[in-house]
Design a protein around this ligand. Structure first.
Ligand SMILES: Cc1cc2nc3c(=O)[nH]c(=O)nc-3n(C[C@H](O)[C@H](O)[C@H](O)COP(=O)(O)O)c2cc1C
Length: 219
């Protein structure tokens, strides 16, 4: 029998920078349930993000009921397939970067299996002066992703539900002043956390002035 999870302690010993460097998008998730207390813990990490005027505009909405996840997944799949179609066409070219193909395959896999992710965590935010505050929510979202990494949960950042965003927000019962911005499918990972492919920092870091360099390769 597996040990019960000590929610207070889990993830507390992952060094911050190592966690950051190994928080790749995990889209293949086991269907096993995730304790609510653990979802609460990763959302709490989200609440430690900075926000303009410390207004803390975020709101988390976790969907776990299978029929409700199926409702979301069905619409996400349709939105995703429409979005990815041109890229799939482009990927047929022999010189299309292999890393791009891999990324697309993983995203397609998620679109086809979203209903299996045990937690669909939406991050929404209160508008300010009638405007959605995306920039105020992404630091919070990144904290949630990093906290998932720390406690061993798999997660990825998606935004394509915005293709049916208003319908989704009303269905979730959210008021118009608080739209969702991201949907994080969360669950226990099939694979492992690890370093995602990234260009070396020195290709992006400049000192004092921008120094033109040859364009960075995409593969
Ligand atoms: C603003 C934003 C929106 C994204 N939307 C989606 C999405 O709708 N679906 C998806 O599968 N991935 C989405 N991603 C995830 C990226 O595709 C992912 O970060 C990229 O594949 C890198 O993954 P890696 O960290 O494992 O290398 C989004 C990422 C960002 C920053």
């Amino acid at each position: 029998m597996s040990e019960p999870i000590d929610v207070a302690r889990i993830g507390e010993d992952v060094p911050l920078l190592e966690g950051i460097r190994t928080a790749r998008a995990i889209r293949r998730l086991r269907p096993d349930p995730v304790p609510r207390e653990l979802i609460r813990k990763v959302c709490e990490a989200g609440t430690f993000a900075p926000s303009g005027g410390n207004r803390q505009p975020w709101l988390f909405l976790a969907v776990t009921e299978p029929e409700r996840r199926a409702w979301i997944a069905e619409r996400y799949r349709t939105a995703f397939r429409a979005y990815i179609a041109p890229a799939l066409e482009a990927a047929k070219a022999p010189d299309f970067p292999e890393a791009g193909r891999r990324n697309m395959r993983a995203a397609l896999w998620l679109a086809d299996h979203l209903h299996e992710a045990p937690v669909h965590l939406f991050v929404a935010g209160w508008k300010r002066r009638g405007e959605a505050q995306g920039q105020a929510l992404f630091p919070c979202i990144q904290n949630v992703l990093l906290a998932c990494r720390a406690v061993g949960l798999g997660a990825s950042l998606t935004t394509l539900h915005r293709g049916f965003g208003e319908e989704c927000d009303r269905w979730l019962g959210l008021p118009e002043e608080c739209p969702t911005i991201a949907l994080l499918p969360i669950g226990w990972p099939v694979g492992k956390h690890g370093r995602p492919p990234r260009r070396p920092v020195d290709e992006s870091l400049h000192w004092e002035r921008f120094a033109a360099r040859p364009p960075a390769a995409t593969d």
